[in-house]
Design a protein around this ligand. Sequence first.
Ligand SMILES: Nc1ncnc2c1ncn2[C@@H]1O[C@H](COP(=O)(O)OP(=O)(O)OP(=O)(O)O)[C@@H](O)[C@H]1O
Ligand SMILES: [Mg+2]
Length: 178
Amino acid sequence: MEDLSLHILDIAENSINARAKNIEITLSDNEEGIMTLVISDDGAGMNRESASKVTDPFFTTRTTRRVGMGIPFLKEAAHAAEGELLIESVPSVGSKITATFKKAHIDRKPFGNISETIVILIAGNPTVDFKYNHFINGSKFTFDTKEIREAFQDVPINSTQVLSFIRQYLTENINRKI
Ligand SMILES: Nc1ncnc2c1ncn2[C@@H]1O[C@H](COP(=O)(O)OP(=O)(O)OP(=O)(O)O)[C@@H](O)[C@H]1O
Ligand SMILES: [Mg+2]
């Protein structure tokens, strides 16, 4: 996978498959040069046994293909940049996937188009609420679909009008702060 935004899409799809109603994505960095991606959800969660197996590509609950690659790929991306992957999950409560990276590592994947990833997630899952926190280079930007719904009242969040507003708003606030 070319960039982090595609990993974000993949990991958030897992949350959607787990019937999450709220998904929070946080990308942050610190003064030690560590970048952290956290994706947490209130979906079905995993028991201890499953959670310990998911970094193995041969563990999947999908039925169409016998190999699950979303989490193993993210783990590989983290390891390539001298980081780690952590999975925390509680059945019926939710899951939290954390990946760390050395930000300046030559093999750390670029951000990619995070705005578009979020727009795709909202467009395809209009009943799910997404929160995105972008805490990079000292800036703090938070986007929340709950606020968008409130602001646009009766206009559906997946209408062309709202989606293009979101795309522009995110692009202005994220892409230039990378
Ligand atoms: N957020 C989550 N909540 C509940 N279960 C999860 C979550 N993320 C992953 N899982 C479980 O871990 C398994 C492996 O996930 P992974 O993304 O690696 O592969 P996949 O989703 O099965 O296949 P792929 O991502 O290649 O389409 C999933 O099948 C699912 O059972
Ligand atoms: Mg997956």
